[in-house]
Design a protein around this ligand. Structure first.
Ligand SMILES: [Zn+2]
Length: 329
């Protein structure tokens, strides 16, 4: 049991930050780098809570009831600032100057530390980064800066050399399945499908899992794919309506279709339902896999991949979908 118990995955990071707290070797600046929804915010929040608690228990576990713990939970802690883009494309020099540079020399109000979290820090303009540099070079002893970013590529080398970079790897599917089970009571079979689509982001998995649209989309698509081998050309062409309706969810649609082919191919080669990701559709997969040869499945899969790539590279959506459907006729 430590400060970070309850956070999904990232064991090495949890241990590292817990050790920093326990051994009092906290750095002045961290860069948490990783894809959206991987757990950077959650980790930052737990870290800050442990840093600021005024009545910590053994192993620096935050008490949960001191003024610091309570104000943190309500989002009004006077010694914690979350700085974001405020709806803009980038984080400008004004925000960095006003929220950090002008504020940093005021002592913390109620805690040993004063924490600034910069969200989407990789969108800071070069001017904003230069403004931040002064604080990074000579931070007051009580200051901890946490930069959250999808990638470290947009940063000036002078920034990167002054922060401790902590990389959040995409979460393993089994970690996501377990988290979905614990948090949403989702059964592991359904969780496995959601995890397979989440690309290692628990945030995205939770969003999918709680989205009514996703459940509806998956049900509709499953029905289409199940009936596809029996469909006549006019019915196949009419599927353009489905793709049109879910145009804004095209990434999920393509991922689900590819998952379908992945499982059909897997079953054809192994005849083992345990190898499937969509175990909740196992019987359907078994039946449908008999309708195709392996070559047909591979060909169809490559058409789907080709269509997805083409759309990503700017091909017109409706036109590409029409092409894809024509390959089934
Ligand atoms: Zn506390």
């Amino acid at each position: 049991m430590n400060v970070f118990t309850g956070i999904a995955g990232h064991e090495a990071i949890r241990e590292r930050l817990a050790a920093a707290i326990n051994q009092d070797t906290i750095s002045h600046a961290y860069l948490f780098e990783g894809i959206e929804g991987v757990g950077k915010h959650t980790m930052a929040h737990a870290f800050i809570k442990a840093l600021l608690c005024t009545e910590p228990q053994a192993q620096h576990m935050p008490c949960g009831h001191c003024v610091s713990c309570r104000t943190l939970e309500s989002g009004n802690h006077p010694d914690v600032s979350w700085i974001g883009r405020e709806g803009k494309n980038s984080l400008g020099i004004r925000q960095i100057r006003e929220r950090i540079v002008a504020d940093v020399h005021t002592q913390p109000y109620q805690s040993a530390y004063k924490v600034y979290v910069i969200e989407d820090a990789d969108t800071m303009t070069p001017e904003a980064q230069n403004a931040l540099l002064k604080t990074l070079e000579e931070p007051p002893s009580y200051v901890v800066l946490i930069l959250l970013a999808a990638s470290s590529t947009g940063f000036l080398p002078t920034i990167l050399s002054r922060v401790v970079t902590i990389r959040f790897q995409p979460l393993q599917n089994d970690v996501i399945v377990q988290a979905l089970e614990e948090r949403l009571k989702m059964d592991p079979e359904q969780g496995a499908v959601t995890a397979a689509l989440s690309r290692g982001s628990l945030g995205y998995a939770l969003q999918l899992a709680t989205s009514k649209d996703f459940a509806q989309l998956r049900a509709e698509l499953s029905e289409i794919l199940t009936q596809l081998p029996e469909m006549r050309p006019p019915q196949i062409l009419k599927l353009a309506d489905f793709f049109d309706r879910y145009k804004d969810k095209q990434d999920t649609v393509f991922s689900l279709i590819k998952l379908w082919y992945r499982d059909l191919l897997m079953y054809r080669s192994t005849h083992d339902l345990e190898t499937l990701i969509t175990k909740d559709a196992a019987e359907t997969i078994r039946t449908v896999s008999a309708s195709y040869t392996t070559e047909e499945l591979l060909r169809q899969f490559s058409h789907v991949q080709k269509a997805e790539d083409a759309i990503r590279q700017g091909a017109q959506y409706a036109f590409t979908i029409d092409w894809l459907l024509s390959t089934y006729i």
